[in-house]
Design a protein around this ligand. Structure first.
Ligand SMILES: Cc1ncc(COP(=O)(O)O)c(C=O)c1O
Length: 354
């Protein structure tokens, strides 16, 4: 890419690349050698730099620590079959970060500050893209307040950071989910569609309760009547009922998933009928009981598609159809996996080459 910004690069003298064993990657514990940082100070972005990965200093009065004045993104990079480094829809992650920034009173990030920093970081740490089948490089951009002022107001100073970590072959076992009818992830007018820190902290307690009951994750319902299915953990949720692909509309109470958008686009390509209309719990259970529900799955960056094997509601557990029988989601997962590894043509312009 034609460079517009100046990035100061300070390379590590102590690379940890020797500790990367692509066959055995501990999840979320091993970070690549470098990190990208850009500052927002006095109303302008600057001081773009790449440093050795390491700890950062924060004031104890930081609004990030005190008030979760922080947003983030999550995306993945892959080493292709031709040994190229490919990212899946990074511009859409960049745009969503700016959508979250607007909602959380944070400055907009210019595209070059994000994309050139990302590109330079990944080129420098190219050896951290693992090469075993199913592995990838997880990329975590973060934007947070760097003020040292304890009053509650929009901050003035921010840091954009990007860190990366290799992740192991991710095969998601089919999950068992519980319809949440007491706690709420997001309410209309709240921050549900922003990828902001507090949403995730608030979801830990209800998720823990469900895990104690033997479930992997929650199926969040609307905050008013707990009747309409919204999303699940870090995934959007889709069902095939009467041959129609159904998912909740992209409202302000769900995260507008990039995988969600990709799966909906592919469904249309595959000639499948799509309806962005929330499924009610009553409708869902009726469709399971009458055999009209043929597929249920989550969509997200972590697993791309995670099959749902059973759904718990009010003490009852409903078993769903066998995973191999699920034609649409299996075909879509295969397509996206092939695309991310550069095995098939990129018809939608979703792949970015580092
Ligand atoms: C709450 C929530 N919903 C859905 C998703 C799926 O979004 P994406 O497909 O962009 O990873 C995520 C993950 O980012 C999430 O955190």
């Amino acid at each position: 890419m034609a460079e517009v910004i100046n990035i100061d690069i300070q390379k590590t003298q102590n690379s940890r690349i020797e500790t990367l064993d692509a066959k055995n990657i501990p999840f979320g514990k091993l970070y690549s050698d470098h990190m990208y940082i850009a500052d927002f100070r006095d109303g302008a972005w600057g001081n773009s730099r790449i440093l050795p990965y390491g700890e950062i200093l924060m004031s104890p009065a930081s609004p990030t620590i005190n008030y979760a004045h922080s947003i983030f993104e999550g995306m993945k990079g892959y080493r292709s079959v031709n040994n190229e480094l490919l990212l899946f829809r990074p511009i859409d992650n960049f745009k969503r970060l700016n959508v979250s920034a607007e909602r959380m009173c944070m400055p907009q990030i210019p595209e070059e500050v994000f994309m050139e920093g990302l590109d330079a970081l990944l080129k420098l740490d190219k050896d951290w893209f693992p090469d075993e089948p199913g592995t990838s490089l997880y990329i975590r951009p973060i934007l947070f307040s760097k003020d040292d002022y304890i009053g509650i107001k929009p901050s003035d100073k921010f840091d954009l950071m990007i860190i990366t970590c290799p992740v192991g072959a991710y095969y998601s076992e089919p999950v068992s989910v519980k319809v949440e009818t007491e706690y709420t992830r997001a309410a209309a007018g709240g921050t549900g569609s922003a990828k902001t820190a507090g949403n995730y902290a608030a979801s830990l307690y209800p998720a823990l309760l469900a895990q104690k009951q033997g479930f992997d994750q929650l199926l969040w319902t609307d905050g008013v009547h707990h009747e309409y299915i919204e999303e699940s953990g870090t995934m959007n949720v889709m069902f095939v009922i009467d041959g129609v692909l159904r998912t909740a509309p992209a409202s302000d109470t769900i995260l507008h998933g990039i995988t969600r958008d990709s799966v909906l686009t592919l469904a249309q390509d595959f000639g499948m009928e799509v309806e962005e209309k929330a499924v009610s719990v009553t409708e869902l259970i009726d469709a399971i009981k009458t055999g009209r529900l043929t597929e249920a799955f989550g969509t997200g960056t972590a697993a791309t598609i995670a099959q749902i094997k059973s759904i718990g509601h009010n003490g009852d557990l409903y078993e769903l159809p066998d995973v191999p029988s699920r034609e649409f989601s299996n075909k879509t997962l295969q397509y996206l996996d092939d695309l991310k590894l550069g095995k098939i043509e990129d018809k939608h312009g979703w792949i970015y080459k580092v």
